[in-house]
Design a protein around this ligand. Structure first.
Ligand code: PMP
Length: 431
């Protein structure tokens, strides 16, 4: 029998051939072997409850999704220069989830390619260059993607802010200056941005943000923020872009797309991650007018974007969402999960804030004596849960926000198990 190599050997093997700029999770990385629904299994036969991975949206290796991919792979895989029905059929189905005005879709192979294309659409349509981006936002790994991602360009090792980029202060009602989340704070944050744009005589092509800033630490935009800011951006000739790579496809429970929670309709929407349950796919959804401007330029072609296999897989994801009512499960399980975390917050003051909705939650860990971010405590909780075979992560500018965004088949019992284990970690810590 073949000896099972240790995970540190596996990491050394990887680093022999790959750049170590690819980071791994945990002090002790996990050597994964297989997965099913909300479970992942390592090489040593351990079962992990996955409270973290949002890409396998309807569940790891969902049989219906696997079957759709296998069936289409055995039949036809080609590109958009030929006619085949999977492409318009999936496009029609996907667009049925959007308001009528958003009626054209471009397919690519990642969230990064989608945000890059969205920037091209916006600058082509408006014939402007300046871009308004969100503090701590992340949109992709291409050069344009990095330019608009404060999470990257603002990092101490980052390239800094380019001259055509303007940055909006994150409308965070927990850490920010305005905290009254009945619409007052959202309006104040938006008005500050408008003032900043006016002071700088800005001429914005596009404003891009996520509805809940994921890498910023699961920060939902303050209520009425986009409702106040969108009209201004449009009045000066810009377009509004919602990055739904993390928040889309029913994850937030109450709404199918994150922008709906802000009661606005964007001009461009960016999709990725969950769209095909882990199969590499991204998309940009926009209006007839914006697509028409783009059509005046050079041909757009993607070798893999919109291929029949990707379309078949993505279609099966929407079918599973509908059959298993996973948006409703995200809503109900999310409510229970949030309630459990808020109860724990009553006992442990180090849980400064519990936020998010559906199965897209964040718990901000602070030092109760100072109210400041407690990065070490968040890391301790993350690693404790790993030892108890539960996967979560930490993020945010101080890496002190515990993130949970599990596959949407996550159950109330799974939520309880996760919160019970966080409670155990805290109890042990203070013992
Ligand atoms: N937008 C958001 C909000 C993301 O979280 C990510 C990935 N973390 C991307 C875009 C880029 O997607 P990808 O990694 O598929 O290129």
């Amino acid at each position: 029998t073949k000896e099972v190599p240790a995970s540190d050997e596996a990491l050394a093997y990887r680093n022999e051939h790959l750049s170590s700029i690819l980071s791994v999770s945990y002090k002790k990385p996990i050597y994964m072997e297989r997965a099913a629904f909300q479970y992942m299994y390592d090489r040593y036969g351990n079962t992990y409850l996955d409270a973290y991975n949002n890409i396998p949206h309807v569940g790891h290796m969902h049989p219906k999704v696997v079957e759709a991919g296998q069936r289409q792979m055995a039949q036809l895989n080609t590109n958009t220069r030929y006619l085949y029905d999977e492409l318009p059929k999936y496009a029609e189905k996907l667009l049925s989830y959007f308001p009528k005005k958003l009626n054209k879709v471009f397919f690519v192979n990642s969230g990064s390619a989608a945000s890059d294309l969205a920037m091209r659409l916006a600058t082509t349509h408006t014939q402007k260059e300046q871009l308004l981006v969100m503090e701590h936002g992340y949109h992709g790994n291409t050069q344009k993607g990095i330019d608009i991602s404060h999470y990257k360009f603002g990092n101490s090792k980052g390239q800094g802010q380019r001259p055509h980029i303007l940055k909006a202060t994150i409308p965070d009602t927990y850490n920010g200056p305005y905290q009254n989340n009945d619409g007052t704070a959202g309006k104040q944050y938006a008005e500050d941005v408008i003032r900043m744009l006016q002071d700088q005589n800005a001429d914005i092509a596009a404003f891009i943000t996520e509805p809940v800033v994921g890498c910023g630490g699961q920060v939902p935009l303050a209520k009425d923020y986009l409702k106040t800011l969108y009209p201004y951006i449009r009045s000066q000739g810009g377009v509004c872009i919602s990055d739904e790579v993390q928040t889309g496809f029913g994850r937030l429970g109450e709404v199918f797309w994150g922008y709906e929670a802000q009661e606005v309709t964007p001009d461009i929407v960016i999709l990725g991650k969950p769209i095909a349950n882990g199969h590499p796919m991204g998309a940009v959804v926009t209006t007839t007018e914006i697509a028409a401007s783009f059509e005046q330029g050079v041909e757009f072609f993607s070798s893999f974007g919109g291929n029949p296999v990707s379309c078949a897989i993505a279609e099966s994801v929407l079918e599973v969402m509908e059959e298993e009512q996973l948006q409703e499960n995200a809503r109900l399980t999310g409510l229970h999960y949030t309630q459990q975390l808020k109860e724990l917050q009553q006992t442990y003051a180090c849980i400064g804030d519990v936020r998010g909705s559906g199965l897209f939650l964040g718990a901000e860990i602070i030092d109760p004596s100072t109210g400041k971010a407690d990065t070490e405590m968040a890391s301790y909780i993350k690693n404790y849960l790993r030892e108890k075979y539960i996967l979560i992560s930490t993020d945010g500018p101080y890496d002190n926000v515990i993130k949970s965004k599990p596959p949407l088949c996550f159950s109330k019992r799974d939520a309880e198990q996760t919160v019970e284990t966080i409670a155990e970690a805290l109890q042990k810590y203070y013992e």
